[in-house]
Design a binder for this molecule. Sequence first.
Ligand code: BDP
Length: 677
Amino acid sequence: MTIPHLIGVHPAWLPPEAFSAIGSRRTLVQADESAPARTVRAEVADACARHGGAIAGPGEAADLVLALTSAGPLPPAAQAVAGPEIGAEGFLLARQDGVTVVLADDPAGLLYGFFEVVRQGAAAFGASRPAEAHRPALRRRMLDHWDNIDVHPVMGQVERGYSGGSIFWRDGVQHEDLSRVRAYARLLAATGINAVGINNVNVHATEARLLTDRLGEVAAIAAEFRPYGIRVHLSVNFASPVALGGLDTADPLDERVREWWARTTGRVYAVIPDFGGYVVKADSEGQPGPFAYGRSHADGANVLADALAPHGGVVHWRAFVYNHRQDWRDRSTDRARAAHDHFAPLDGQFRDNAILQVKHGPLDFQTREPVSPVIGAMPNTRLAVELQVTQEYTGQQRHVCYLAPMWSEVLGFRFRGPDGRAVADVTTSGGLVAVSNVGDDPYWTGHPLAQANLYAFGRLAWQPGLDPAAVLDEWIGLTFPVGQDGDAERLRGTLHELMDGSWRTYERYTAPLGVCFMVRPGHHYGPDVDGYEYTQWGTYHFADRDGIGVDRTRATGTGYTGQYPAPWSEVYESLAECPDELLLFFHHVPYGHVLHSGTTVVQHIYDAHFAGAEEAAAMRARWAELDGTKTVDAALHGRVSELLDEQVRSAEEWRDQVNTYFLRKSGVPDAHGRRIH
Ligand code: BDP
């Protein structure tokens, strides 16, 4: 197997230099003939060929031993660290008597152990240390692609994609050369990702056929992911038995429908034995679903789960179900309530191999939302939390917006207070899923710095408690692996300054205090304060001359706060206790309402927007100072500079529109006398 180093494509976090610590030493690999084990051997051989090291034969001395417990008698160095069962995908890492050892029970664990050594670099060959066990906290660590085969007239090739076309298809046909997919698989494996959904959850007619007569394309993609331990999943259309099978119904309780799914799924596994399963968006934004037949979403998910069960597959059933044809004059219908209203009563009714995939917030990947109450309400259901690495609502990969701090808050949220379980604990058997931000752009992610979001997603899915700044530091080290000279340290410092706090900066210059959807309708880039206010989509802020915010209390509002258990039901219900950053999500308040911070709502809006736009300008200035250093190539520097120009322009546009809007609505001038319009 050849290792994919793509010419003409920025290699992201695994350039050849990142392998110098391993590649310059002697490594013994004792493993089987499985796909991931063969990959480890090929990776080691490639690194050695580049950096002058060697592969040690059996019995020969080595600096690094990578061994599988099942592959024959363990080399002596590995025997010394062997202990209790390591478990699926895990590995032990130790350094004793001058030998670094990675020991795993299964080949995927060996692969992850190999990449851990790459991540640690020279440090993995330093002082002795006892065996540390590494295991993924979450079983499924998955990226969903919203890729279309055909170019969709409105959404383009990749729905909500900001990095060019699809890495799988172009203009209706599969790429002949899929080496880009292999290189992508390699990047993902190095972060711990083990599953990928390859097509859009809005399954149009062409993409629906991936399940049947275009299955060969899925198999070809699966073949590229397999060496890196990643299973492929397919988004399917719930009405497929009608559209593809010629039946007159897709009723999940109809025997013919059940048979059709079983038969069709059997054919998929005959071609792709390690196929992961299905992803389904049903009864949502125009997609068909079980409601048409008077059936529940558990009925819908279970027919697919039953078809997949004999083959070890799972169905990811999305909980993103709401009325997108709402009457905006009706203040009692609340889109935030919808997923809980639909799904919480179904707890315990889903099959074991059905995973309910819940967006992290109750609305739709906004910059700031509370954690979805569905995640705390279904203890008898396997849950996966869905994040959006693609930056639909967070700057569309034109703005620097490092999202790991947001995800880390979500994963650490405890529904029942400090002693309760965190979101990450609730999702151990379901997993973490995110919409990918990758396309055929040379930098993979459009904005070169948006790669950090992809990297961080995988790392947090493996270990949700990791510190976002430390993860960013890993990404910097692996992406710009240059020595410890002054320039490298300067680059590291600059990237932290730009990125660590960038999500909060973005929040400051966009929609304030948990109010959502002040974006331009349709493409969702840039400000439009009232863009969604008088539409059918259920995303309102209710600003008038006196105040702003959505009353979601039980006392006087939509009752959404009642979907949380105590203490959060009480915290969010109470105007006095509700956290400032979510105030307008839960309450409608006068502009003069005083926040915990001591400022009024309207003054906070002015202050945050001036500060946010200034921070964006400061980011651009810091980046400009790097010009001419050795550590970052001119093309990358240029691309980031251009994008920072756009970020500054856009931040000022946000500031001016939002501030002017609230000055006009409220009539309250800025306390500091700054010019607003
Ligand atoms: C929304 C996107 C839309 C997706 C939808 C979903 O705007 O393109 O189809 O989410 O998650 O945020 O299904």
